[in-house]
Design a protein around this ligand. Structure first.
Ligand code: F6P
Length: 375
């Protein structure tokens, strides 16, 4: 990378464990392998709009591998193509001008679908971009994994384990609401790992009667408690998602939350057991990343640095079939990777007797492959 001298770096969207590990990997790789200078933008694209930058030296990123959050700050409100602080005006030309003034060879953006969509638009306008897939939701198209997901699942599993003991003591139905707006990966993986009795996903509208039937059957069978893992984006058959807030002009305008309490109210009308709801919320995004996420973040960050060195722009780092590779940002932008109904994890959940909130007959009608395809 003889002529690559300056590389911009930002973290966009909601934070998640492993962001600092990627910042460290991108910076150390580019400095050590290519002698590049790294310019960090503060608070995601806000730093490009407001010209708030920080030089990142090798020593600045030492000791941050295991730290949650992001040393650069982040924002899930700032979209330079519809800037919230100027009534939704397009300020992208100012951003592009600043990029050229700084003499940057490329910008590495670490973020979710909103960030990848914005990077894609800037790439089309002449900015050299590389994306790194982040989000606890694991819902980015083109990659089998986003970093942060494993940590969020581990936190949710720990919570389910704790709810098990108190549910058992009081013979209660415990509802745990996880994040996951349009994709139920966290609820599914945490629900299976935590042994939840019922798992409710945005991808499968639940049937209240079926949930009540499972709770009653457990009672009859001598198990006087039930654990229900529900994604925040889940909804009853024919019903709506429970929207907490809509943040206009944000690249991710819809903020969810509350379906766990709604389900409690619904369920109280059809079963006799005491019911409690716990909402995990942002706890899933905080704290130290798991070893898996630190490794994935380091793989992604060093690969992103190599992509910059080789001028592979307009692409996002990805994990496919256990190999790190990259995909075009055009394939990722404005799309969501939801849980397919023929997911092996859904088949496994059903195989061990977990309910997905609708009868297996209905699930089959929905197109789910409820047994494993053995080849
Ligand atoms: O996209 C990540 C995520 O944590 C979602 O799971 C959740 O719905 C959303 O961000 C919450 O956003 P905020 O941090 O604005 O509350």
């Amino acid at each position: 990378m003889a002529s690559t001298r300056r590389v911009g770096l930002l973290t966009g969207g909601g934070d998640c464990p492993g962001l600092n590990a990627v910042i460290r990997a991108v910076t150390k790789s580019l400095v050590l392998q290519h002698g590049a200078q790294i310019i960090g933008f503060e608070n995601g694209f806000e730093g490009l709009v407001k010209q708030r930058i920080r030089k990142l030296e090798y020593s600045d990123v030492s000791g941050i591998l295991s730290r949650g959050g992001t040393i650069l700050g982040s924002s899930n409100k700032c979209n330079p193509f519809r800037y919230h602080e100027r009534g939704g005006a397009d300020v992208s030309s100012g951003v592009l001008q600043y990029y050229h003034e700084l003499g940057l060879d490329a910008v590495v953006g670490i973020g979710g679908d909103g960030t990848m969509s914005i990077l894609h638009r800037f790439q089309e306008l002449g900015m050299n971009t590389v994306g790194v897939p982040k989000t606890i939701d694991n819902d980015l198209v083109g990659t089998d994994r986003t970093f942060g997901f494993d940590t969020a699942v581990a936190i949710a599993v720990d919570a389910i384990d704790r709810l098990h003991t108190t549910a058992q003591s009081h013979s209660r139905v415990m509802i745990i609401e996880t994040m996951g707006r349009y994709a139920g990966w966290i609820a599914l993986y945490a629900g299976v790992a935590g042994g939840a009795d019922i798992i409710l996903l945005p991808e499968i509208e639940y049937d209240l009667e079926e949930i009540a039937r499972v709770c009653r059957n457990r009672e009859i069978g001598g198990q006087h408690f039930t654990i229900i893992a529900i994604a925040e984006g889940a909804r009853p058959r024919g019903g709506e998602m429970v929207v907490g807030e809509v943040v206009t002009d944000s690249p991710d305008p819809v903020r969810l939350g509350g379906i766990g309490h709604f389900l409690k109210q619904q369920l109280e009308t059809v079963i006799k057991s005491e019911i409690r709801t716990s909402v995990l919320g942002h706890i899933q995004r905080g704290g130290t990343p798991t070893a898996y996420d630190r490794n994935l973040a380091t793989l992604y960050g060093s690969y992103a640095a190599a992509m910059v060195a080789e001028r592979q722009y307009g692409r996002m780092v990805a994990l496919q079939n256990n190999r790190v590779t990259s995909v075009a940002l055009s394939e990722v932008a404005n799309r969501t990777r939801t849980v397919p109904q023929d997911s092996p994890m859904i088949a496994s959940a059903i195989a061990v007797g977990t309910s997905l909130g609708i009868s297996n007959f209905d699930l089959r009608l929905n197109g789910s492959q409820i047994t494993h395809a053995i080849s």
